[in-house]
Ligand binder design. Sequence first.
Ligand SMILES: NC(=O)C1=CN([C@@H]2O[C@H](COP(=O)(O)OP(=O)(O)OC[C@H]3O[C@@H](n4cnc5c(N)ncnc54)[C@H](O)[C@@H]3O)[C@@H](O)[C@H]2O)C=CC1
Ligand SMILES: O=C(O)C1=N[C@H](C(=O)O)C[C@H](O)C1
Length: 267
Amino acid sequence: MDKVRVIIAGPRGRMGKEAVKLVFHEEKFELVSVLDHKHDQKMLHEIDDFQLYENIPVYSNVEECLQKSNADVFVDLTTPEVGYLHTKTALQYGIRPVVGTTGFTQEQLIELKQLAEEKNIGCIIAPNFAIGAVLMMKFSQLAAKYFKDVEIIEMHHDQKLDAPSGTAVKTAEMISLSREKKQQGHPNESESITGARGANFDGMHIHSVRLPGLIAHQQVLFGADGQSLTIRHDSYNRSSFMSGVKLSIETVLAINTLVYGLENIID
Ligand SMILES: NC(=O)C1=CN([C@@H]2O[C@H](COP(=O)(O)OP(=O)(O)OC[C@H]3O[C@@H](n4cnc5c(N)ncnc54)[C@H](O)[C@@H]3O)[C@@H](O)[C@H]2O)C=CC1
Ligand SMILES: O=C(O)C1=N[C@H](C(=O)O)C[C@H](O)C1
């Protein structure tokens, strides 16, 4: 069977480095090029920390990268603004995106879904590739059927650009599917310091913590009379996300629509 030809955007990032390792060493995949806003026209092995990875061209222009690489799948691990443009361009070129980048708006997701359907190709956008995080979201959706009071606390390293995290937003969206609508807290509550109650999603609150030393952690706290339930997930390293990246690369070849969330592709 032919190997799956993969481009990775953002190879020098925290996630990108892990993804390069995964795709390069996975026998069913072939890393055909990387997209990096620096180092245009170099080879990957010429960049510090990448000496091992031979014969992989680096491009800085997304269109040139897509035109020259003859790829099957485009993996994006960059920043919200750039990741959206990359995903749209990959779809326009008929290359299937697997997107870990978070921070896309609802409008952008809708537009990308329409484009994937127009092109009749797969696209996977996964706010969290870790199986434990996906289970945390599913368990939270189940718990919300019985507990309508919930606060989401997401905790990340202090280099993260987007807040709330993509995982927290997805968790809130999934909870909304089963939670009876409620504006939580006291009807007359007020904030003496703006933001004290966090972000308001459908009446539930999301709190974003940023600290050096953290990687990716989330607690979903449910409360009811005389009891509470806490569902927590921790990623202690970025290899925790790689089985989900591998599954997404394999799955995106077999679908012809946009899937938002790994829970939609795991059994
Ligand atoms: N879905 C998931 O499971 C996970 C998603 N993420 C998300 O992945 C994204 C990346 O996260 P990190 O690796 O921690 O960030 P990072 O800041 O370490 O890496 C981002 C990389 O993108 C590169 N970049 C910026 N502009 C670019 C451009 N125009 N072309 C090509 N590359 C460009 C930067 O040079 C940098 O190396 C974030 O949106 C984050 O929220 C992070 C961890 C897990
Ligand atoms: O930026 C990160 O690190 C992470 N981003 C994703 C998110 O926004 O949910 C996934 C994970 O939490 C790590």
